[in-house]
Design a protein around this ligand. Structure first.
Ligand code: ZN
Ligand code: ZN
Length: 309
């Protein structure tokens, strides 16, 4: 069974609070583990969440403010200490490479050779990530910041009743899927289109520190799962604009405009407590009537199942 699930490791912007660790998000996707923005304390949060360094295959840093990357040294050294043998690719803004290097080699430790740095530059960059495509897009923040998006390629869903009706079974099914057609023993040809239906790929986007800009909408367009910062409520819209952040109302408008299926709000300012959560939901609801999750540390949020036909 494929597992597609977000493990929330931390949800606080700027500074950790009693209830919220610095940022940290692990998106588990069919055996890949995309660790987004490991803030301070991520290594210990992973322990609490029941995930390990062996679950990581990507580290994606949106930008080099501390709440998004101070956990890199601990995570990197844990990858080394636990003798992770598979490749772990690290994506980050190229302009911040000096910060990456410092975090990557922050202290003395028995180093590892499995981490491959992949700095990104320009408006957008596309990175092959095994079965999915990973896209980075430049956002608008006080320093250079990138959002990320995962896309599974579209495929086809086999229709067992149609296969049975045409007498396609056993290895012939594999041939049909691989070659697009199969010739049966009686000489008849069955085409893939006859026995399958289009299956749109699933997608997820991760949008951290940014003002509202075109890249936010491009990243979120039609995704099944959108994880997005909503540092402030609208009453602090001026602060949000000044520091390059989003409000919950803006996040809701993005989700509505983009047809997002499940919206996860996070990166909350330390001025808010759990008691303020209904106010975030209320702002989102002015524009968006889909599924909303207010992230809390150690939550697990499944990527919604495919919409049935
Ligand atoms: Zn931040
Ligand atoms: Zn920031």
């Amino acid at each position: 069974m494929s597992l597609r699930e977000l493990v929330v490791l931390g949800t606080s912007s700027a500074v950790p609070t009693r209830r919220r660790n610095h940022n940290g998000y692990l998106l588990l996707w069919d055996g890949e583990g995309f660790l987004f923005d490991p803030g301070e304390g991520t290594q210990r949060q992973m322990l609490h969440a029941g995930v390990s360094a062996h679950d990581l295959t990507w580290i994606c840093v949106t930008h080099f403010h501390g709440d998004h990357c101070l956990g890199v040294p601990g995570v990197v050294q844990r990858i080394a200490r636990d003798r992770v043998t598979h490749e772990v690719r690290a994506v980050f803004p190229a302009v911040g490479e000096a910060y990456w290097e410092r975090l990557r080699h922050a202290t003395s430790f028995g180093d590892t050779s499995v981490i491959t740095p992949l700095p990104v530059a320009g408006e957008s960059a596309r990175l092959p990530a095994g079965p999915v495509a990973l896209t980075a897009r430049r956002l608008s923040h006080s320093i250079e910041s990138y959002g990320y998006r995962l896309d599974e390629p579209a495929g086809r869903r086999m229709l067992p009743a149609e296969l049975a009706r045409r007498g396609v079974n056993g290895p012939a099914v594999g041939v049909l899927q691989r070659d697009g057609a199969v010739t049966l023993d009686d000489g008849s040809v069955v085409r893939l289109e006859d026995c399958s239906a289009p299956r749109p790929g699933q997608s997820a986007a991760f949008v951290m520190d940014t003002r509202l800009c075109d890249a936010v909408f491009a990243l979120a367009d039609g995704v099944d799962l959108l994880v997005i910062e909503s540092t402030f409520l609208s009453e602090e819209a001026a602060l949000a604009a000044e520091y390059g952040h989003l409000t919950a109302a803006q996040a809701g408008r993005v989700a509505a405009a983009c047809g997002v299926r499940r919206l996860v709000l996070t990166h909350f300012s330390e001025r808010y407590t759990f008691a303020d959560e209904p106010r975030f939901t209320e702002e989102v609801r002015k524009a968006y009537d889909g599924d909303v999750v207010l992230a809390r540390d150690l939550m697990r949020v499944p990527v919604p199942k495919r919409a049935s036909r």
